[in-house]
Structure formats: C-alpha cells, structure tokens
Write a protein that binds this ligand. Structure first.
Ligand code: LLP
Length: 423
C-alpha cells in the first residue's frame, strides 16, 4: 500500500502532482511519501505490540536524515553498519540507546565512535572482532555491549547476492564456534553480553526461513543458558520482502504473528531491523525521456527509450537484474510498445528495464520508476561523473527538498591537481 496514484490521468504523490515537483526541482529525482513511510513503519512496529520489541530501521536502505528523523519521531531505532551511518542516525535524532551496530568489518575508529555515542549493542561477527572490541573498550575504560551474530545456515530463498544466512556467506559465526565465542566473551572484562543476533537475507517472500532461523537461535539461546549465559535481546535482523512485480510476501502482521508464535513467552526483547519493507514502496525515481530510437540490423528490431536516470542513480536492475515497475507521469491512451529503458552511461548493463511493454513513450515524457525507496538513492554513485539526483519529501499537499541535486563542484570536492616534483 502506498500513496502514489493517478488523478485525472496525472500521477500524484499524496496530494502533490509529480509534475509540479519536477517543474521545481528537475530530473532525475527521488520522491518519498511521508504518509507511506509512516504507515509502513507503524504497521510493522505495531504488528509486534504485546511483545517487548525494538524496531531499528536499517539505515542502509534509505539513509537521508529527513527520512530517518520521521522514524525517530515514531520511537524507531537504527541498524547501522558504518561510522557514517552512526553519524547520520545521531544527526537525524535517533536515540543512541536504540542503535544496533551490525557488519563484518568494523574498524577501531568506528568502534570508538560507537562506544562514545553509547549505542545499545554491537552485533559482533567474528572472533577477531570480539578481541578487537575488548581491546578498544578496555582502552576507553568502558564495557562494550554485544550480541554475537550467529550464522544459522538457513536458505532465505532469495537472490544469491543478498542471501546472508548460509554457511558459505561471509556473515556471522557458525553455531558451534559461536558457543565457544560466548564463553570467551563471558570472561572478557570489557565485554558485556547482551544478546544474540542473526540476519539471513533480504527480499524474503516467505515466512518459513525466518521461523527456521528463529528456531535455531532459540535452540542456541537454550544451549547458552545451559552454560549459565543469559541474554536480554534477540535480534532477528531484517529481510521482509515487498511486491515489485508479482511477489506475494507475507504482510508485516502475518510475519509478526508467525514470529510471536514461535517465540512463545520468552523473556527477552525482540530486535528487528527492517529496511525495504518500510521504505521500498514509499519512494519513486522520476526521470525524463531524452531520446527514443530504433536499432535495426540485428535479429530483431530493438526500441530504446533513453532516460536521464542511469545505473548510477538506481543500481538494482543492473546489479541484481531487479524488476521495477515503470509508469508514465501523464497517462493517456497511446498504444503499447515493447522497449528497453536505458540510461546515458556507457555500459550495456545500464538499463532500468528490458523488453518492457509500455504505452508509447516520446521525447520529453516523464516516467516514474516505482519501488525505489529502499536501496535506491542510498546505492547511488557518481559514475560517469554524474551528479547525484535530488531527494524530495512529500507530505499531504506540500513538498520539501531533503537533499539538493549535486552540481559539478560537488563532483570534484576534495580533489586536487598536484605537481609531483618529489624524487
Ligand atoms: N540488517 C542487516 C544486518 C542487514 O544486512 C540488512 C540488509 C538489513 C538488516 C535490512 O534488510 P531489509 O529489511 O532491507 O531486507 N542492496 C540490496 C539489498 C541488500 C541488503 C543488505 N542488508 C537490494 O537492493 O536488494
């Protein structure tokens, strides 16, 4: 459910015609709906009412501080994976006691920053990371609150690049090794054991893998208890999928219900790290058609629609072969055509859609690429020296720029022309 819809053949975001925002801000343009973001956050969070829990939005999915601030105001926490994300979360007003730090490669500097900020918990992913955290915390004369991330070896049944809970993936610590690491952690003076965590992948469209992972985590917690180690937080990660095309993922209520049933009346707080399910369908990427052309001479005639958004703005189609629905900003009754929608970047992999049936598209038309709120702008780059797009937030009948479009000076900021006269 989202708040992008047609009124009199014009695409609106809530009560604002998309065209009006384009007239003011230009293209390419990321547009987010406040009502959708709030609705998704509340639907997810309230699905766990009655179970002690903390919803920590995965900052990597949509990192703009205006968006993070919306969640902060609704009591949300943050799941972070870098010092940069910590900085963003704090700047957005997220309570540091609701910040969870995941990721396999935390540096000493990042650990220090997170300890100084007094975050809730580090999700530690290796024996060496545990040793380093102990050292860093000792150097600061403090204790680091931790969960160890276990790798439950569960198949999330999703794209291979975004599966994280299989034994062959780089994430977490295998269950048996993790038992040993908890025993080591117990004896470390500057480590405080607070929880157990796991995250098995992203864009999951079935509830079973979550439950399978939860079962394994529960068994693991029981084995810890046998050794006298008790925990206060069970972090089940994120991963709930959304509909891009015809997927039918469980809704947050179904997902929460299944988890709560499996959990029973455990006496720990559940931590959840949703990203995509909250932001994915709350944002679109608006782009203008620059040219259309037909390439003949091959086996078949190919129709190309060349737009001003590219793989640097939205990497998902190129990177994962991901499907994003594309619709016109102004609807009419033109006949359908099969086209490739491509960007200006000098790579054949630079496409937004391939072999897609669309009403005939003409030069100057505006297109909306749907479901771009998660892993859209946050994965954007400057490849081909393309300034990154503007981001705009719509609430009711008004809109605000929440990130200015980059300009050419932004592209070279921090670069220097030098003369190397050293020997
Ligand atoms: N927690 C951890 C530790 C994660 O690694 C992730 C995502 C999440 C939570 C949030 O997962 P979500 O609820 O959004 O599925 N760029 C890819 C997705 C990468 C996901 C990485 N980790 C894409 O565009 O599909």
């Amino acid at each position: 459910m989202h708040h992008f819809h047609y009124k009199d053949n014009l695409l609106y975001c809530e009560d604002v015609p998309v065209r009006e925002v384009v007239d003011a801000v230009g293209t390419p343009l990321y547009l987010y709906s406040v009502a959708t973001l709030k609705r998704h956050f509340t639907a997810f969070d309230s699905a766990f009412d009655g179970t002690p829990h903390l919803t920590c939005f995965a900052v990597k999915a949509c990192s703009n501080i205006a968006v993070l601030n919306l969640f902060a105001r609704h009591g949300g926490g943050a799941d972070i994976v870098s010092g940069g994300e910590l900085f963003r979360a704090l700047k957005a007003g997220i309570d540091s006691r609701k910040i969870i730090y995941s990721g396999v490669g935390k540096t000493v500097a990042e650990m220090r920053e997170a300890l100084l900020a007094d975050i809730l918990m580090f999700n530690v992913e290796s024996a060496q990371e545990l040793d380093r955290l102990q050292q860093v915390a000792a150097g600061m004369a403090t204790r680091a609150p931790v969960a160890l991330r276990i790798n439950p070896d569960v198949d999330p049944r999703t794209h291979a690049y975004i599966s994280t809970g299989l034994a062959k993936n780089k994430f977490g610590i295998p269950v048996d090794a993790a038992l040993h690491e908890y025993e080591r952690a117990r004896d470390m003076e500057n480590i405080e054991i607070l929880g157990v965590s796991c995250h098995i992948g992203s864009q999951l469209t079935q509830v079973e893998p979550f439950i399978e992972a939860l079962r394994k985590v529960k068994d693991f917690i029981a084995r810890l208890a046998d050794r006298g180690i008790t925990i206060r937080y069970l972090d089940l990660g994120g991963g709930l999928g959304i509909t891009y095309d015809d997927e039918q993922p469980p809704d947050p209520h179904e997902y929460a219900q299944a988890i709560r049933e499996e959990l029973g009346d455990a006496d720990y707080t559940l931590v959840l790290e949703p990203g995509r399910v909250i932001a994915g369908n709350a944002g679109i990427l608006v782009t203008e058609v620059q040219y259309t052309k037909v390439n003949t001479g091959g086996e078949e005639e190919k129709r190309f629609v060349i737009v001003d958004a590219a793989m640097n703005d939205l990497a998902r189609p190129s990177l994962y072969g991901a499907f994003h629905e594309i619709i016109p900003v102004v609807q009419d009754d033109r006949p359908g055509q099969r086209v490739d929608i491509v960007g200006p970047i000098c790579e054949t992999g630079d496409f937004m859609a391939r072999d897609r049936m669309l009403p005939e598209v003409r030069q100057g038309d505006l297109l909306a690429i749907m479901s771009c709120g998660a892993y859209g702008f946050s994965m954007a780059s400057n490849y081909n020296s393309r300034p990154r797009a503007a981001e705009v937030l719509v609430g009711g009948d008004c809109f605000r720029v929440i990130r200015m479009r980059e300009d050419y000076e932004d592209l070279v900021r921090g670069e220097f022309v030098v003369e190397l006269d050293c020997k």
